[in-house]
Design a protein around this ligand. Structure first.
Ligand code: BGC
Length: 383
């Protein structure tokens, strides 16, 4: 009898706790563990209250030199403000020390949460520890924050998936299987991302997982011989460096033979590569396949005019939205939606993540993906 009573009591307590949990999440807007797209950004969700009222979120972005980060910052600011948060948004213009100072100031101001897309996460470990000591939660945005236990969540894209999508596009567009069977080959050069950005490493791994067999059997020929990450990574994703490298390659290794494929990890590189090719006299007749990443407006215009072949569309609206659910969760003490708890080991901890899906975009699907999807208007692309 005693046992039965204890059981009933235990059940009653569990039910009471469960209902407490519901109440907490109902009042917090983002309290649901699986908020839907509309729920998560609706300022009136959760019974009309604003979960961010009286709270300040600081956002540390890497640079305004690339369009994507401006979009990221704007999207996040707008979404957070719609939830009642005050937002401090700062760009470090690719200067790691400037980003450290910006975050030190955020900590000094005792903001409620800091969102960081790092310039060089190696430079941030001390200031991240300061934030943790001050009780300020940190969310890693797009780029993983390495070697710190001060990060609560990570919102990003499947970064290795970006690499495999680029490489698979090359395999299909050049029909490398047919080339292999016919004993033909294509020349290729690699322009990879910044060595201080974990995304760049993963992207490279994704690319090589697909392309290495074709390099090994000579279907792809890299005349510079530069195929390792160390040899192909470009510090701070510099467009100028990509252009210089490409100019050197074209006037040297490619003086007597065309470059067929420029495997570029970033739209910014692709603009530099385009300039180098134009300078070297390439025309429509021998224009190479050029890849990219971010589906920036200029890149999409280049895709339409044939100066770039493809890019990777990463919907920054969606990424911002996922990050905002994480902010709401850490500020209001609830659990955000995550879909990966294994991949992103930063050297100290595996950071719970939400990874959005990257999609290859080219001249055949840009209208459907980008215009119908509301990312750009037809006027944007025409101008
Ligand atoms: C991002 C890419 C971007 C690159 C350069 C990476 O961390 O994931 O989307 O192209 O930085 O800004």
């Amino acid at each position: 009898m005693k046992k039965l009573f204890a059981l009933i009591l235990a059940l009653a307590m569990v039910m009471a706790l469960a209902s407490c949990g519901n109440t907490a999440s109902d009042s917090g807007t983002s309290g649901s563990t699986t908020p839907s797209t509309t729920e998560s950004t609706d300022p009136n969700a959760g019974g009309g209250d604003q979960p961010g009222k009286g709270k300040t979120v600081a956002i540390a972005m890497p640079t305004q030199s690339s369009e994507r980060w401006i979009k990221d910052g704007d999207n996040m600011k707008a979404q957070l403000e719609a939830l009642g948060y005050e937002v401090l948004l700062q760009y470090a213009e690719d200067d790691p020390q400037q980003q450290v100072s910006q975050i030190e100031n955020f900590v000094a101001q005792m903001v409620d949460c800091i969102v960081i897309a790092a310039v060089d996460s190696g430079a941030l470990t001390t200031v991240e520890a300061q934030a943790k000591t001050a009780g300020i939660p940190i969310i890693a945005y797009d780029r993983l924050l390495m070697n710190t236990d001060a990060v609560s969540y990570y919102a990003s894209f499947d970064n290795k998936g970006v690499g495999t999508a680029i490489a698979e596009y090359i395999v299909d567009a050049k029909d490398l299987e047919a080339a292999r069977a016919a004993g033909e080959s294509y020349t290729i050069e690699f322009f990879m991302g910044s060595p201080d950005d974990n995304n760049a490493v993963l992207l490279y791994e994704g690319i090589m997982e697909v392309l290495q067999p074709y390099l090994d059997d000579g279907t792809l020929v890299c005349k510079t011989g530069r195929t390792s990450f160390e040899e192909t990574c470009i510090l701070r994703w510099s467009q100028e460096t990509a252009q210089q490298w490409c100019e050197n390659y074209l006037s040297g290794f490619y003086a007597d033979e065309d470059l067929d494929i420029a495997c570029s990890a970033f739209d910014g590189f692709s603009y530099g590569i385009r300039s180098a090719l134009e300078g070297a006299g390439y025309t429509e007749a021998n224009w190479p396949l050029i890849t990219g990443q971010d589906a920036e407006l200029m890149a999409v215009k280049n895709i339409i005019s044939g100066k770039q072949t493809m890019s990777i569309y990463k919907d920054t609206r969606l990424l911002a939205e996922k990050c905002v659910t994480m902010v709401n969760a850490v500020v209001n003490g609830s659990e955000p939606e995550i879909n990966d708890t294994e991949t992103y080991d930063n050297g100290v901890m595996v950071v719970p993540s939400y990874l959005c899906t990257p999609v290859a975009v080219d001249v055949n699907n840009y209208e459907e993906l980008l215009v119908d999807g509301g990312y750009y208007t037809a006027e944007d692309l025409a101008g």
